[in-house]
Write a protein that binds this ligand. Sequence first.
Ligand SMILES: Cc1cc2nc3c(=O)[nH]c(=O)nc-3n(C[C@H](O)[C@H](O)[C@H](O)COP(=O)(O)O)c2cc1C
Length: 200
Amino acid sequence: VYTLEVNHDILPEIRSRQSCREYLKTSIPQDAVQRILDAGCQAPSGANQQPWHMIVVDSPKRKRAIRNACEVADRGFHQHATATVRRWLEDHGITTEKPFLTDAPVLIAVLYDPKAPYSLHSVWIAIAFMLLQATREGLGSLPYTPSAADIKALLNVPQHLQLASILPIGVPRETVRQPRKPLTETQSWNQYGASRNPVA
Ligand SMILES: Cc1cc2nc3c(=O)[nH]c(=O)nc-3n(C[C@H](O)[C@H](O)[C@H](O)COP(=O)(O)O)c2cc1C
């Protein structure tokens, strides 16, 4: 067995990252935002096409316009959600009010080019990297996916790009740790449903 002299702990940011839906209105350093964007751009992507573009929104007027559009669209989403999803949303206090879109000092609108190979997979890896770097910076974040709101027009986005997510970034006011399934429930060995043979 190949062994390496490294710290084998899972990256602390992977374990400590949490979705944040409540932010202080405190501003955050520009260089932290740049490092978060840089982290996203280090992600792997289909055929290395790097099919993403990030718009940093810090104008209060534009954040307000985004919030209004998202709240209108989310009312439709909540109305049409399945009973299970609606219950989960209610239990977690997720309403159609989106104060994080105006309270967070910065929103990162993440766009992707759907014509690039595996563009959606790629852009979500970039999002994951940005969430981890935000955690590293001591900042809160959230992979918010507005339902069908016409955000593109508000941000002057060219037709050929799609919106993957809007990430509020800021000083967290509150986050709640969400449970994870036990590891044994999410893995099999050699075929679906089989557990690993005990090591001899
Ligand atoms: C693809 C994706 C879409 C999501 N969309 C939303 C969203 O629209 N609104 C929201 O409040 N949270 C959204 N989330 C956050 C999840 O609810 C959250 O990641 C999950 O409950 C686990 O909590 P944690 O991120 O704190 O570990 C989304 C997460 C992912 C990965």
